[in-house]
Design a protein around this ligand. Structure first.
Ligand SMILES: Cc1cc2nc3c(=O)[nH]c(=O)nc-3n(C[C@H](O)[C@H](O)[C@H](O)COP(=O)(O)O)c2cc1C
Length: 87
């Protein structure tokens, strides 16, 4: 499939970024690190802060990685069988 416009590319990048983000978080966990995803940050300034080319990179997710200062807590998620359908 040929992606020939910016909107299509951006949508594809969002899908890829989601997959990469989750994978990075799982890999960090497997190596004993904790992570926290953040979707709301200063997107216009992030490239400059990290010395990136803002015309090349589209900021999607900020993921902090480190050793947790405190133990994590149990949070609530919908049961898998209520939100998925297997066919
Ligand atoms: C993709 C994504 C983006 C998030 N962005 C933010 C954010 O911008 N600001 C914020 O306070 N929390 C944000 N969160 C939530 C925190 O990371 C939250 O601590 C984490 O999801 C654990 O929450 P839980 O208690 O629902 O398990 C985001 C979570 C996800 C998965």
């Amino acid at each position: 499939m040929k992606l020939d416009n910016t909107d299509q590319l951006k949508k594809m990048n969002l899908i890829d970024a989601g997959l990469v983000s989750m994978q990075l978080m799982l890999a960090a966990r497997a190596h004993g690190y904790d992570t926290n995803p953040t979707g709301r940050f200063e997107k216009a300034e992030i490239a400059q802060t990290f010395g990136l080319d803002k015309d090349r990179y589209y900021p999607v997710m900020l993921i902090s990685v480190g050793k947790a200062a405190n133990q994590g807590y149990q949070s609530v998620r919908q049961p898998v069988d209520q939100i998925t359908e297997w066919q």
